[in-house]
Design a protein around this ligand. Sequence first.
Ligand code: HEC
Length: 94
Amino acid sequence: MKKIIFIMAVAGITAFSCTPKTVPTANTQTATADNLAQGKTIYENSCGKCHDLPEPTKYDAQKWVGIMNWMAPKAKLTEEQHKLVYDYVISVKK
Ligand code: HEC
């Protein structure tokens, strides 16, 4: 049963990011497709309030670290939400 869940998670990530390798994350944990979907929702709900929703592909993973450190407090994100949003934006491929 565990194995089935694992395969589903991997398949989900693949479908989401179009790459078979695991999605890079802010820490050592692997973002699941579910995490990315959550991150997207938080992003869309929290990050378009003060300005237009920025294009995730406009910045690279390194730039997003700085942007998220700057913007997460503005959007009043929790530590967990900060991470979910970061994992989502860097998972979006051009
Ligand atoms: C409370 C208001 C507020 C919220 C919420 C907010 N921002 Fe911002 N954001 C700003 C302000 C102010 C700037 C400064 C630049 C400007 O005025 O456009 C900015 C700038 C940015 C920039 C740089 C834009 C550029 O032209 O380089 C990015 C990227 C960004 N925000 C992303 C985000 C993300 C991602 C979130 C959600 C986590 C977020 N913002 C939530 C107020 C906010």
